[in-house]
Design a protein around this ligand. Sequence first.
Ligand code: F6R
Length: 608
Amino acid sequence: MCGIVGYVGPRDCTDVLVEALTKLEYRGYDSAGIAVFENGKIEVAKSKGRLSDLVGKMEKEGKPKGHAGIGHTRWATHGEPSDVNSHPHSGRRVTLVHNGIIENYKEIKQFLIENEHTEFLSDTDTEVVAQLLDFYYTGNPIRAIRRVMHEIRGSYALGIVFADRPETVYAVRCESPLIVGQGKGEVFVASDVPAIIKYTKDYYLLEYGEIAVLKNGAVNFCDLHGRMLEKELKTADWDEDSAEKGGYPHFMIKEIHEQPTAVKTTIMPRIENGLPNLSECGITRETLKDINNIFIVACGTAMHAGMVGKYVIEKLARVSVTVDIASEFRYRDPLIGENDLVIIISQSGETADSKAVLSLVKGTGAKTLAVVNVKGSSIAREADMVIYTHAGPEIAVASTKAYMVQLSVMYLLAFEISLAKGKIDEEKCRQLTAQLEQVPEVIDAAINKVVDECQYISTKLITADSLLYIGRGLDYALSMEGSLKLKEISYIHSESYAAGELKHGTISLVEEGMPVIAVATQNTLLEKTVSNIKEVKARGAMTIVICDEKAEIDEEAVDYMIRIPQINETLMPMVATVPMQLLAYYTSVNKGNDVDKPRNLAKSVTVE
Ligand code: F6R
């Protein structure tokens, strides 16, 4: 995944492009580049490495000066990160930046070679598009773009400049997200809203197959057939601060602190007279009443939120829930029936594997429900129903607040399904909903209570080669997320294990000093989990236990106890998540890693 930007207006274009790209670096950060019209000529600057490397290079070699141009921050898919593979890529008269993947680039390359267009400098699929566009370009940019769009296959968003069309930027969307920001006398292109929020909150969302032409501070749109379009101007409900660090050293820790507000903003508008009300999302008790089976499909952290959802929905609503990884689900020919509900959870709403599940479900008769954070994203638009989470922009690659709000939606849904199925009455539901309403406060208290302890305990983790997370029931679902969080930003290997399963093989890994983090918030399972903690302690493990304030646990079995504020046991995952996030965060900080941009990862995975 990559980030693309564009600008046409009175400001210094290079400055705007660089500033906008800093907000998109979460999408990819192994190289960056820009192309700007300087005195009617396209000037390109690009570099392997972070955006700061490009800026450093331009400081030494001079930066392009002008008022219209395009920019890119890359996460390599075709061709290693290198200066030459960095975007923009050019043909003779065309220069472009690309987010996505061109599936048939090899055939096109072959076609171009056979037609004597043989100058390929890079290993990228993107350069092939630039060359193809050049091949078809006879002076009418829209005609050439449309022709190319009919020939290339894949997911893409493009920002394009033509050498003989100075001060004009063309933008195209097919699958990969793209917006056009409208300011006063200036226009912007970006893969995501945070890139332009400093300049304007007003934007157009490009749809599949649409082309935008940015010129003289204004924009015009047409479709794949060349027909002019009128588009609705939207207004972002985020302010500039939400896309900035706001005094925190990293986005991740800022986002951890934003969780109480994010949960409040997500659940409060969906509670009416003490009961869940999801009707604005197209969900009523009538629609839920006859559901047979539920499938929750997602990737990574979002899938872990689904795991918690499974435990809670099955426990309260007594409906069978299968949780699956989207990349597995889409190829395993699942048995989906007419009255089933398929829930797709995704922060970005653009994850390729999760998106593919929607097409798979079409025609089965099952209903699809998207739980998505990014408004207007592909998954949100393609599902039958959508519950937007209101986490605001999540910039750190490691997901924290998006996971937390996904959990809060899982609870609301579980309550609503339970009511619809007659498994709980309104009074019981009111009690549960009231407890959910208290969660933001408890999360806040948990952050304040455990932050110092977690910072200290993380100093004990940095030398570990490997560690285990264990738990039972909801605590097991949660430990999966704890383990992922730690490994993705600290680069320490970790595994999550159902505590009772340890003795069937994995306990042989435990040796002197190995950290084992046990989540023990489920009182009904506490005794069993404590036995497992003793088992690993007896084999030399350094045990770290996350439990509530009152849990009775033999202190001798525990090296570090992290006690969190108590709430109804079913809701404890939302509180117990906090120490796991903080342990991961401080371990990464203490190791000197780039917390917000861990190696090899990108914020949303729009390619398979
Ligand atoms: C990990 C993380 C990823 C995402 C996964 C799905 O911290 O963020 O595991 O959860 O790539 O992304 P979305 O939710 O955008 O579909």
